[in-house]
Design a protein around this ligand. Structure first.
Ligand code: AR6
Length: 180
């Protein structure tokens, strides 16, 4: 685990399973149809139970770069913020802007819902194919920039399933916040 302080907020990296997080909210790497799927999306719906999918069905869909909020069903987290990252298509299709936008939209929804702590997975870095180190860099830079401007969110935890993903985020954080 590694942790840095950004103004009044803490930004932490941990290796683990996001479905067991006790933060107020967890972010989900969803698809535009909010239909559930594999990866972290599948794990969140399995652990959270059918109430989350029921809410997703009512919402309907979500554009890439955007996010929507539901309750957390049976999860310890009170909310799930379902976010749609870009599908990586070589890097010239606006993917970086969309990945930045998706992180900002999640944080804005957290602020709007008075969420004090939130966990993120490595959005787009699995099935959507975003190169890991670049995805880590964008996720952390966007989060750091947001936390510098807003002090309402006390804790952001990036919960990274495997060692390679954790190491990529730790390297990126070292470049962005060298005091860590
Ligand atoms: N906890 C934390 N991270 C996890 C977990 C978990 N339980 N399970 C997987 N990861 P992905 P994407 C990591 O593919 O690339 C879905 O089918 C995983 O190792 O879940 O944004 C959706 O429905 C990787 O580092 O999301 C979409 O169709 C990261 O989460 C599509 O995949 C993201 O991998 C979204 O693709």
């Amino acid at each position: 685990m590694t942790e840095v302080r950004i103004n009044k907020s803490r930004l932490a990296l941990v290796q683990g399973d996001i479905t067991t997080e006790e933060t107020d909210a967890i972010a989900n790497a969803a698809n535009s149809g909010l239909r559930g799927g594999g990866g972290v999306d599948g794990a969140i719906h399995r652990a959270g139970g059918p109430a989350i999918m029921e809410e997703c069905r009512k919402i309907g869909s979500c554009l890439p770069g955007r996010a929507v909020i539901t309750t957390g069903g049976n999860l310890k987290a009170r909310y799930v913020i379902h976010a749609v990252g870009p599908i990586y298509q070589g890097g010239n299709k606006g993917e970086a802007l969309l990945l930045k936008s998706v992180h900002r939209e999640i944080l804005k929804l957290a602020t709007a819902n008075h969420i004090k702590s939130i966990a993120f997975p490595a959005i787009s870095a699995g099935a959507y194919g975003y190169p890991l180190r670049d995805a880590a860099d964008i996720a952390l830079r966007t989060t750091c920039d947001y936390l510098k401007e807003h002090d309402d969110i006390e804790l952001v935890r990036f919960v990274l399933l495997d060692r390679a993903t954790y190491d990529a985020f730790a390297e990126a954080l070292e470049t962005i916040c060298p005091q860590s």
